[in-house]
Design a protein around this ligand. Structure first.
Ligand code: HEC
Length: 189
């Protein structure tokens, strides 16, 4: 499904003046709007589920609803939306080689002092003969995330449920402020 041809690389200029280039790029503005939609829906569902039935119940919401929300937003907006991470939980979210490279750059940028909230990446590549705009945005880890992505904050019953659903789970041991992963967006130009 994730078939990608790597052809052209970074748009000239975008790395020299990231803030300026992004301000002027309508694709970035649009991608950020789509991310806002995606994130607020995810967070809304998560908070609702946590309130209703605690984190064990909320796991199934993330498990079932996250991909559905992504599909619905893709259908509504025409953007491909997904989440990925260097330390991923669901194998379906494992990063592609280009995503992995960007995620590693994100870690380096954070280490160099950049604010996680502001870390993002864009480029334009050719896929199957078409120009495709790609965008990634770092997702910061908040306190609520630790219930399922933290260390000792993860309750034993949550641990058991996660182990059952995701035997190869890597998305653990995060702290507040860490880069939990990234949104990945793509649109054919
Ligand atoms: C109730 C437990 C729970 C909480 C709380 C939670 N997550 Fe998750 N998270 C999951 C599950 C389960 C998955 C796997 C979803 C799937 O199967 O697609 C996941 C997947 C992810 C992914 C996709 C990459 C991967 O590891 O598969 C990201 C990014 C992510 N979560 C970020 C967050 C952030 C940020 C927060 C806090 C705002 C958060 N999560 C809170 C359970 C949780």
């Amino acid at each position: 499904m994730k078939k990608i041809l790597f052809a052209s690389l970074l748009l000239a200029g975008s790395s020299a003046f990231p803030a300026l280039a992004q301000q002027l790029d309508p694709n970035v503005a649009e991608a950020r709007q789509v991310i806002k939609q995606f994130f607020s829906q995810l967070k809304g569902e998560l908070q609702k589920a946590m309130k209703e039935g605690g984190p064990v119940h909320a796991i199934s919401v993330c498990n079932e609803k996250a991909p559905k929300i992504a599909d619905k937003i893709s259908a509504d907006t025409g953007w491909y939306v997904a989440r990925t991470s260097l330390k991923y939980r669901a194998p379906t979210n494992s990063p592609l080689p280009w995503e992995k490279k960007v995620l590693k750059e994100f870690e380096a940028r954070k280490a160099a002092g950049e604010e996680v909230q502001k870390i993002d990446y864009k480029d334009v590549v050719e896929e199957d003969g078409k120009k495709v705009f790609r965008y990634m945005k770092a997702i910061p880890t908040g306190k609520i995330c630790l219930k399922c992505h933290g260390g000792k904050e993860v309750a034993p019953e949550v641990e058991a449920k996660l182990h059952e659903l995701y035997p190869g789970d890597k998305a653990r041991g995060f702290k507040v402020g860490d880069i939990r992963g990234a949104f990945v967006l793509k649109k054919t130009l």
